[in-house]
Ligand binder design. Structure first.
Ligand code: AMP
Length: 183
């Protein structure tokens, strides 16, 4: 049974790698950014609340994300495993997930941290061309990452479930390393 959390800065390759692993294991790839973008496209109340934050490169408020994750991990297709990409984004979210999975559900999971140098990230993000991938917003997203998301690395290190992977390599090489860790 695979339950995995992808960590790393924007542009580290979390989405790409999460998708490959999820397909191979036949479990859902749950990207909170993707869910929020869909909510915006469909003009749902969640989308309306999230849009301004996302446009600015800020994190969407925790209570919206905690409800979203609780509900998503409770769905039928997530009962045999899941891969999270983009959640947790701060220590509040990490503590919430950890408590829900380890204490309430008595399950375990692993964190996979894709390490990539800043210069590579910026080149990758600019090439991706998503709406929130212009230079100014990228800079803010990296700043938010350093301030709020990086402490999540220590959180998992302290809970002895952090795996560090060099993400600055060919996509297939990164996938191979990940498969070795999670197999
Ligand atoms: P991503 O697709 O993971 O790069 O996320 C795009 C944007 O969605 C982020 O810049 C945030 O505004 C928002 N977002 C995604 N996941 C979260 C989360 N776990 N907590 C707060 N905001 C999030």
């Amino acid at each position: 049974m695979k339950r995995l959390v992808f960590l790393g800065p924007p542009g580290a390759g979390k989405g790409t790698q999460a998708q490959v692993l999820a397909e191979a294991a036949n479990i859902p790839h749950i990207s909170t950014g993707e869910i929020l973008r869909e909510a915006i496209a469909e003009n749902t109340p969640l989308g309306e609340k999230a849009k301004d934050y996302m446009d600015k490169g800020e994190l969407v408020p925790d209570h919206l994300l905690l409800d979203l994750i609780r509900e998503r991990l409770g769905q039928a297709d997530a009962q045999n495993g899941w891969i999270l990409d983009g959640f947790p984004r701060n220590v509040t979210q990490a503590s919430f997930l950890h408590e829900m999975v380890c204490q309430d559900l008595k399950q375990s999971y692993q964190a996979l941290y894709l390490e990539v140098p800043d210069s590579v990230l910026i080149t990758r993000l600019l090439a991706r061309g998503r709406e929130d991938d212009n230079q100014e917003i990228i800079a803010r997203r990296l700043e938010v990452y350093r301030e709020q998301t990086e402490p999540v690395i220590d959180f998992y290190q302290n809970h002895n479930c952090l795996n560090r992977i060099n993400g600055d390599r060919q996509m297939s090489e990164v996938t191979k390393s990940l498969e070795e860790i999670v197999s």
